[in-house]
Ligand binder design. Structure first.
Ligand code: NAD
Length: 425
């Protein structure tokens, strides 16, 4: 299959927002939209920047910056995660919110795209401090969020406990319990079965679909995973359970490799005990750079953005890259992978399983009726495979990469919503 790139070339060390804008510009050009529509699609509808002061456990005070961006709400309420990471800034949140817009449209959910973040390093704070940061941030952005306006979920550095604090803060201030204001919350307060592993299960579904298209199967396939958090850790576990051989994994501290396959269950116990994959006795140490260059069938970057760039992309030896993280490949990295014949299943499709089950959780919370784990697993697989088939079909028909095909589908659905609704006033 010949593919043409529809994204403009851009420099190395590209910011996530520059990557997101370059991708959008390519899709807009391919779809033939005018400058007015391009500006509508590129510009966030609303954004807020808040101060988040924290009284620390020792009595001192520090201040963090927090953000919430609703990139687009034409197809429904804003939907997107909350990130706690020291590098969070308004542009990163804008990029992540834009990707949420296309992602929700690609898997055809009735949502727009949003994202939030606080520039805080969660590893430097006690649980009590993180609770105070979460509650203060929530109360500062309260006018913008709600079950029908903007619905949060976990992302890097946050988890189901964070969502319980957001839900409680919002509910206490409204005077009654409103579970649908967040997704990815604990089951005990209205969370959905299957949400914790949904992003990772979706990654495995699209990997399997891509392998199937190439006439291959998951069993016996070798996999390397960067990032061993909620997404990467569960993905490694599901890959191993499904008969793939997970030969290398890493986190921010380093990595571990075993050519015969890592014992992922034992590795998860090691991480639970020590906080890192480093020091695991069932393999040899490996750096993050070496992990990206692993001689494997499938590479899953599931940590942070921008790791596959002009320097690292040429070292990739996997035949298939499945993007668990948001924005792991820069525009230059993308072009290099394409030139080397490496297929990339893009983030906006590959990691959409999380928002799909978030949608199921929101639907369940709204009707106060909960589905079984089997129902959720089946509906998730159906949506992910259908979205993959849509994107792969579009790629074949138009000679595009999977990323460009996915973006044209997502961007077109959002543009159609704008066109059908018309412009007020
Ligand atoms: P997490 O905080 O649970 O885990 C992040 C992992 O990445 C950790 O193992 C951490 O050590 C590692 N990491 C951080 N910086 C690194 C670096 N410089 N090099 C190597 N490893 C590094 O976060 P998560 O929820 O698993 O999210 C990971 C990625 O997946 C993010 O890009 C996030 O936006 C994306 N994502 C998450 C979800 C979700 O449901 N949680 C859904 C879609 C996309």
């Amino acid at each position: 299959m010949t593919t043409q790139s529809i994204t403009a070339p851009t420099p190395t060390h590209q910011s996530p927002l520059a990557t997101a804008h370059a991708q959008l510009a390519g899709a807009v050009e391919h779809l033939g939209y005018d400058d007015g529509m391009h500006a509508m699609l590129a510009t966030p509808r609303r954004e807020i920047h808040v101060a988040v002061p924290l009284r620390r456990d020792d009595g001192s005070t520090v201040l963090f910056h927090g953000f919430r961006v609703q990139h687009n709400v034409s197809r429904g309420p804003g939907k997107g995660g909350l990130r706690f990471h020291p590098s969070v800034d308004i542009d990163e949140v804008r990029a992540l919110a834009m990707w949420m817009t296309w992602k929700c449209a690609i898997v055809d959910l009735p949502y727009g795209g949003a994202k939030g973040g606080v520039a805080v390093d969660p590893s430097q704070h006690s649980a009590a401090e993180l609770e105070r940061v979460t509650r203060r941030y929530t109360s500062e952005i309260m006018p913008m969020i709600g079950p029908d306006t903007d619905i949060m979920a976990p992302d890097m550095g946050t988890d189901e406990r964070t969502m319980a604090w957001v839900m409680d803060t919002y509910s206490v201030n409204r005077g009654y319990t409103i579970p649908a204001v967040v997704t990815g919350k604990p089951i005990a307060v209205g969370g959905s079965l299957g949400r914790g592993t949904a992003t990772s299960a979706g990654i495995v579904h699209v990997t399997e679909a891509a392998l199937r298209e190439a006439g291959e199967q998951l069993e016996g396939t070798t996999v390397a995973v960067q990032g061993f958090g909620k997404v990467g850790g569960h993905a490694a576990q599901i890959f191993a359970r499904r008969g793939a051989r997970v030969v290398a994994v890493s986190d921010q501290y380093g990595g571990v490799r075993a050519d015969d396959g890592l014992d992922v269950a034992r590795l998860l116990e090691h991480v639970a005990a020590t906080g890192s994959v480093v020091g695991f006795d069932g393999g040899d140490p490996v750096s993050n750079a070496e992990l990206l260059a692993s001689d494997v069938d499938v590479l899953v970057p599931a940590a942070i953005q921008g790791v596959l760039d002009a320097e690292t992309a040429p070292t990739v030896r996997a035949r298939l890259v499945v993007e668990g993280a948001n924005g792991p490949t820069t525009t230059e990295g993308d072009a290099i992978l394409a030139k080397n014949g490496i297929t990339v299943v893009p983030d906006v499709l590959a990691n959409a399983g999380g928002v799909v089950v978030s949608y199921f959780e929101w639907v369940q919370a709204n009707q106060a009726y909960w589905w079984t784990a089997e129902e959720i697993a089946q509906k998730l697989e159906h949506r992910m495979v259908a979205a993959y088939d849509d994107v792969a079909g579009q790629a074949r028909r138009e000679g595009l990469s999977l990323r460009d095909a996915a973006l044209t589908i997502g961007v077109k659905r959002v543009a159609e919503a704008h066109q059908i609704r018309g412009l007020y006033p």
